[in-house]
Ligand binder design. Structure first.
Ligand SMILES: [Mg+2]
Length: 384
């Protein structure tokens, strides 16, 4: 235990300013991209996804406007179920090329404010500001939100904190269209009333494990005995308790971006020849490779997975000789691993592939420079 004198001694030194992070999540992103191009859709129930009226579909809701969400429509819900909840909704087939293009414009805006922009998905990114005051961090968040609205007509929610994980949690609470700044001294109080599900990485399974300890909120998590928690959630316990007590340890996926990025494709009819699978793999690998390249990512491993008609899954992949970038090495590896997986699998009898996925792993950012206040001051002045 630390004694009072030690604390006093520390307090005498000048407090060093902490590094702040602004986390950005675009609201109902795919829908927002469509609505801004078709103003007649403003305020309507809009769903981006394969329209269920086009016969039996395996499609799911990719994005729903807040008007459609009011009826209970959610992302990843089967299209048929969504159509029952919101029969009046306007369905728009997805235009992924457009969403990628607009996402790149978003990242261009973010880079005006910092050289440390880490994309976590097509519509989420963290911007590292370096050591600034919380007031300055809030100001940057407001400028980012205004720029996205004014220049790209996109609504965004933002969370501001001294750790990415808290900034991300704040962003989720700020939806839609808000900004939440969490002062360092207020982290524990901010988290306390939130359900454990608010923590990224806590899904239904961990939630029910925690429920077995009678832990429903992050505040209750903070009071947990580490040993009890470890018994039910293993090594995740340490991280959960640290976060709940207001001293989060940064995770790799929050600190340096995602470990991996993947893409998948479900065939309209199950594919039962390699000749059907190869073109799909080629397109997916090319698209993924280009997308990683635009976001400054290198990758060190590639894998391919097949989900078979009976819903079982097979996977094959490996580490590349060195970090690679761009589409060609990803395509080459995906085709090699895919072909090996296919040949190995069909040896034991004819099979058909329902969904194929390509995954690039061991991602690393190509370059990163420490950001200073001057970076976003200069950047902000470019905002018209
Ligand atoms: Mg979003």
């Amino acid at each position: 235990m630390r004694n009072f004198l030690e604390d006093g001694d520390e307090a005498r030194g000048a407090p060093s300013p902490e590094s702040w992070v602004v986390y950005i999540d675009l609201d109902a992103y795919y829908v927002s991209c469509e609505v801004r191009d078709r103003p007649e859709l403003v305020g309507k129930e809009v769903i981006v996804g394969p329209p269920p009226s086009e016969g039996p579909t395996r499609g799911v809701v990719l994005s729903a406007s807040y008007e459609a969400r009011r009826h209970g429509v959610k992302s990843a819900m089967p299209a048929q179920a969504a159509a029952r909840l919101a029969p009046e909704a306007i369905w728009i087939p997805p235009d992924f090329a457009k969403y990628e293009r607009v996402a790149e414009e978003v990242r261009d805006i973010l880079r005006r404010f910092s050289s440390e922009v880490v994309p976590f998905s097509i519509d989420e990114a963290a911007v590292g500001l370096g050591p600034v005051s919380s007031g300055e961090a809030r100001e940057v968040a407001e400028k980012i939100q205004r720029s996205l609205r004014k220049e790209l007509d996109l609504p965004a929610s933002l969370g501001v904190a001294t750790s990415r994980i808290v900034a991300k949690i704040a962003t989720d609470r700020a939806k839609p269209g808000g900004i939440i700044v969490v002062e360092t001294a207020e982290v524990a109080a901010f988290l306390e009333p939130l359900p454990v599900r608010a923590i990224p990485g806590v899904g239904p399974k961990t939630e029910s494990l925690l429920d077995s300890l009678d832990v429903k909120t992050i505040g209750e998590l903070a009071l947990c005995r580490p040993r009890d928690l470890e018994r039910v959630v293993g090594s995740f316990a340490r991280e959960l308790i640290a976060l709940a007590r207001g001293t989060p340890v940064e995770r790799h996926d929050i600190e340096s971006g995602p470990h991996a990025r993947s893409t998948d494709h479900t065939f309209a009819r199950d594919a039962n020849t390699w000749d059907e699978i190869a073109p799909a793999l080629t397109d997916m690998a090319d698209e993924l490779g280009r997308s990683l390249d635009r976001q400054q990512y290198r990758y060190g491993a590639v894998s391919v997975a097949f989900r078979w008609g009976d819903f079982t899954r097979s996977q094959h992949g490996g580490v590349l000789p060195g970090a690679a970038e761009g589409a060609p090495p990803l395509r080459e590896a995906a085709l090699r691993f895919g072909r090996e997986l296919w040949e190995r699998s069909v040896n034991s009898g004819p099979r058909a592939v329902r969904t194929v996925s390509v995954r690039a792993e061991r991602l690393e950012i190509r370059s990163r420079r420490q950001t200073t206040l001057a970076d976003f001051d200069a950047g902000a002045s470019r905002v018209k």
